[in-house]
Design a protein around this ligand. Sequence first.
Ligand SMILES: [Zn+2]
Length: 472
Amino acid sequence: MKLRIADFGLLISARAIRWTLFGALLVTVVGPARPRAQAPPTWLEQYREPARRLIAEETKDAFAWRRLAALTDTFGSRLTGTPQLDRAIAWAIAEMNRDGLEHVHTEKVMVPRWVRGTESAEIVEPAQQPIVMVGLGNSVGTPAGGIQAEVVVLHSFEELDAMAPQIRGRIVFFNVPFTAYGETVRFRTLGPSRASRLGAVAMLIRSVGPAGLRLPHTGALTYASDVPAIPAAAITTEDADRLQRMADRGNRIVVRLKMEAHADPDVESANVVGEIRGRERPEEIVLVGGHLDSWDVGAGASDDGGGCVVTWEALRLMKALNLRPRRTVRVVLFTNEENGARGALAYRDQHRAELSNHVVMLESDGGVFRPLGFGFTGSDTARQTVKSIATLMRDIGADSIAAAGGGADIDPSAQAGHVPAMSLEVDISKYFLIHHTQADTVDKIDPQAMARCAAAVAVMAYVIADLPFRLQ
Ligand SMILES: [Zn+2]
């Protein structure tokens, strides 16, 4: 996942403020009496039974978890342009056909191919010691002998700019403790070029994640086009703290960084698509999905194999229960979210003519832990409809609707087509511990929580696809 979760702190405070104002208004207008609960809309009644069936079918066993385990055990990590991702795409096509989905096919996408190679970092002064690191995605490599330079420990871009005369020829190290993803991820994405602009020869960051068990977190960087690209890597929080203590003692710190990372020419990949065709308005589409690619560390279970499986489950369940909604439900497993978002852009461009026929787009790319509900971006009328549908998920605890929704794979299409965008929202307390690390494996995911995620997506997708009116 990318920046979506970033905004949570802001959203919550904005919501809290709005509720406070709302409360104050109520007291002023109607006095201290309790507001009357709104009666559910009449159209909701017909969906209670299908919602119950979808939830019961999904939560009766651990099908979704087993499918995710099969995906991640068999193919492992699925970096764009690797044979592992190609095989996972072929597997997904075969499995979708086996589920009885309709119009199952791939849509070609040309994608960047970034190769990590071997990599290492070590402290050379004050005494030789290894550092646990991982190169950042899209980074360039070092010369074969590595880059050896004195480290300057910094904590903000402001501090970097203030130290401008002392940056040339140094390795810049941003030691910024993780707060929220959106707060700290900018040092990973923008840090390398900010440092390069002042003459730095390489950049290190403290991993974008809470302290774990000496696991470094990778993730993409973005080079500015007008400064030299310098190698960049993340180090563990433990190693970051160690460098900080050395700096605090006044030690001169020299580090040697070796990275073989490089980019090969673009290769062919694909988005995977499957459908349940609508019985009355097949041209209107409810899109659900996640991204099948992952970083090359870990197995891409939470990011984002789980998101692929729980959204795909919506269609498998409808097929299994013989529920064919009025409109088409389409699952898309996007390629290349992590290091290029080319799958997202290709979908927007290849489907431009029918974007206005998309009723809603829903992405799951924030983990499949205990579900809380959905984020929603769209009109107030549509939000009220979605809130009513969410009441059908009360028993599985997935009935809250947050202030904003979307995802890296659906946002380009949703923006181009003015399509309401949704995200599955889950308990993220464990997510950033494993995000983009070797520990992103299926054992971190609870089968029952994952089943609830899938059931929530299935109910939301089915009801929106079947509503007697179009969500708008
Ligand atoms: Zn992701």
